[in-house]
Design a protein around this ligand. Sequence first.
Ligand code: GAP
Length: 426
Amino acid sequence: MIDKTSQDNTMQKIVSLCKRRGFIFPGSEIYGGLANTWDFGPLGIELVNNIKQLWWKRFVKDREDIVGISSAILMNPKVWQASGHLKGFTDPLVECKKCHVRLRADHLKENFNNQCPECSGKVFTDERQFNLMFKTFIGPVEDETATVYLRPETAQGMFVNFKNVQDTTRLKLPFGIAQIGKAFRNEITPGNFIFRVLEFEQMEIEYFIEENGWEERFNRWQNEMEKWLLDIGIKKENFVVREHQKKELSHYSKKTIDFEYKYPFGQKELYGLAYRTNYDLTAHKLDLDGYVPHVIEPTFGVERTILALLCDAYSEDGNRVILKLKPSLAPYKVAVFPLLANKPELVAKAREVFETLKGEFTCAWDDRGNIGKRYYAQDEVGTPFCITCDFDTLQDETVTLRDRDTAKQERIKISELKTALRGKIA
Ligand code: GAP
C-alpha cells in the first residue's frame, strides 16, 4: 500500500518532469497562471497527436461503420435547451461563509469532511445548482439574445448532424459518428494537474443502433474500450470498470460505466460509456421518417489519457527516471548522438544518420555533456532508442543502438537501421 505522502511525491515528480522537459506547462504562467488551465509543450503535443491519430485510425479510418466529423464549438443555444444541458448540466455549489471559497457540495462532504479546505470554516451557504457551461456573446451587445455557450461536450455536434451524415453517407444502422475536439466546463473543483481542467479535448463516438439488443452493443463497446487501454500501454491492474448508480446517471443516460484509473491521487474517472437511449435525437426533433435510433456513446478524454499514460509509464531505477511509454506513442522515437561533440568527423557522421532517419521517425539530436547523461535525458522523456556514432562508425558504418528499457546496446549497420527501428516501433 502506497502512503499519501509518496502518492503526492509521485504526482509532484510527474508535474515537475512535465514542466522541465516540455510536456506540460502551467497556463499563462508569466502572468501568474490561470487556475486549471495548462499548455502542452513541444513533447506533450507530440504525445497528444500520437494518441489522437491512433484513435482516429482505429475508430474511423479502419472501420466501415464509423465516419468522422468536426463540428463548431459555438452552436445555436437551442441545442443546449433541447439537449437538457441548460437545465440539467449543473453541479451543486456551496460557498464558505468565512473565506468565500466555492466548493462542490458533494466534494465538501466526501473529500473534506464538511470543513473548508482553505480556512477550516464550517459554515456554508445553502446548496445551489451551478451550470457548468461557459457563456459568451455574439456581436457587440452583451445581452440575453446574444448569449451563446462554449460546448461542454462534442456529442451534440454529432446529434444535430445525424441527418446530414446519414443522407450524405447512406450508412445504415448500426453506424457511428466520431469527433475529436475541444469541450469547455466551468469546473469549480481543484484540478489535480490536467485531470480536471476548464478546457479539454474529447474523442467521442455516437454509435447509433436499434433499441433491441442494446446490451450486447454496450458490452462490445466496453470490450473495445478495454482493448484500447491495453493497446496504448495502460496496465490492466491500474484501471477498473465501475457502473454508475441510478442517482449518478446523467440526465440522458439509462446505463453508464466509467473506466476508472488509479491515479496517484486516487481512483477516478478516465473514460465513460453511456447508453443514451434515443433521448438526444428525440430531443432535437430531427425529421427522420420513422424510427428514431438509440445510441451508445463511448467517450475518451485526451487530457486524462495523457495523465494516465504518464502515471503508468513513470518509473525510477535508482536515480534514473524512465518514462516507459509505448515506442509508437513516445514523442521522440529515436535520439542520435555523436560520441564526442568536439570531433567534427563524428558530428558529421551522426548528422548524416540523423538526416536519413528524421523523415520517417521523430528524432532528437543531442551533443551536450557525456553520453551517459544524454541517455538518461532521453530515458526521462521516453525515447525508446538512442543511436551513437563513434570512431568504429567511421571505419565500418555501424552504430550502437541502445534500448531504453533494458539499457542494452547492440551494434548495427547504418544501412539496416530503418528496418530494425520499424520492427521495434510498430
Ligand atoms: N458526451 C459525454 C460526456 O461528455 P463526460 O463523462 O461528462 O461525458 C467525457 O465527459 C470525458 O471527458 C470524461 O470521461 C473525461 O475523460 C473527459 N472530461 C470531462 N470533464 C473533464 C475535465 N473537466 N477535464 C478533463 N477531462 C474531462
